[in-house]
Write a protein that binds this ligand. Sequence first.
Ligand SMILES: NC(=O)c1ccc[n+]([C@@H]2O[C@H](COP(=O)([O-])OP(=O)(O)OC[C@H]3O[C@@H](n4cnc5c(N)ncnc54)[C@H](OP(=O)(O)O)[C@@H]3O)[C@@H](O)[C@H]2O)c1
Length: 410
Amino acid sequence: MEKRGKIILVTGSTGFLGNAITRRLLASGYKLRLLIRKRDNQTPLQSFGREAFIKDRVLGNWFDEYLQEQQFMGADHAFVKETLYDRFLRNIEIIEGDLPSSGLGLEVKVYSKLAREVDEVFHCAAVTHFETQGTDEHMAVNVKGTENVLRFANCEKPKRFHYISTAYVAGRQDGMICEHEMVHEPLFNNEYERSKFIAEQVVIKYAKTNDIPFTIYRPGIIVGDSRSGATGKFNNLYLFAKILFTMKNFFTHHENEDGDDVTIRVPGDPDAAINLVPIDYVADAIVAILKSKESVDKIFHITNPNPPKLSELRDLLMPLLEIKGIDLKIERVLEQKKLNTMEKLLLRQTRSYNSYLYSKLRFDGSNTRKVLTGTGIVCPAMTKELVKVLMDFAISHNWGEENREVLQRA
Ligand SMILES: NC(=O)c1ccc[n+]([C@@H]2O[C@H](COP(=O)([O-])OP(=O)(O)OC[C@H]3O[C@@H](n4cnc5c(N)ncnc54)[C@H](OP(=O)(O)O)[C@@H]3O)[C@@H](O)[C@H]2O)c1
């Protein structure tokens, strides 16, 4: 009898990281059940149907790139392409649900069938912005939603549980953070961090009490692909770079009268460690760890062992963005009253990231290193070349504005 392939339920497959993981799981031959967010109005799934949704939101351009990488371009290229595409389509089932709703918002029959057939759960979905918008969205999705996914993992049969956390559950601590459960609740920079910390604790407690094998992954700050620069998100590093890039254009049009550089001060510690990790490294590492037997009941930092300092990033970015005439000064203490218009603007637009500009957190990656040894998967250094690849992609995609327009038109 043919051995049945493993079935994994994935949440967050339409998001930046979840999408990269989903594609890798597909390429590894897993059968996937993608739990996507149910929406009231016409969604691409409802308007265009399952295949178009998978093509657009799950496979995207990746399918052709994947074929090229695998060097399947022999005489039978068309045949291989069709067969593989059909296999990928066959291996995906889309289920519309809602994380904070009891039973994940699924009909009882659908829920039970799913719980019987799924072998492992990969929980990646979360509310990821840092703003607090009155409602308790972070607690509802990130904590209550995680509790509901855990209950699902324990229904009908215990399923291995993979949970995407964040390195920043460490909050405002300083120094080296180990790949252990946090014993004390630290101070947090925002509600996102707090909700992810609570969710991580919930996962560990529930899994231990119910004998569910679990693995927790804590990525650093994710940026685009190290080879192509491709990113699905233009936040963090991109937001700062975009503002500077826009300012550059302003100064080109309004030359400083006496020809001197204009000083712009930003808050931060020049020695702060900015833990940037390219998406391809994060996704490759997570999938390799997921497949490893050694990873059960452990925590993994998917972080940069040599994070650039804030001042180093500034020194890389300014020439790459061809910014001349601006002297960008990083100041530990910035007196609000004395800020000029540009400084106020920059501060206002990047306020939610400010605390990260002071962070000296370092992340021990012993567990990750152990599993990845010999796999060839290593975190690329944030060199000038890599930052250029990231910036070139962002500039050629107008800092994500095109995506937004496409999404708004859809
Ligand atoms: N990006 C980073 O730098 C970073 C760093 C460390 C850890 N992480 C963690 O990695 C995971 C993925 O982050 P990301 O940056 O890829 O996030 P993202 O792009 O914002 O994607 C979030 C995903 O969660 C889904 N989701 C949100 N609310 C939902 C709900 N109520 N029901 C069902 N699905 C829901 C979204 O669905 P829609 O498409 O319908 O919105 C989307 O698929 C998160 O757990 C995050 O905490 C991210």
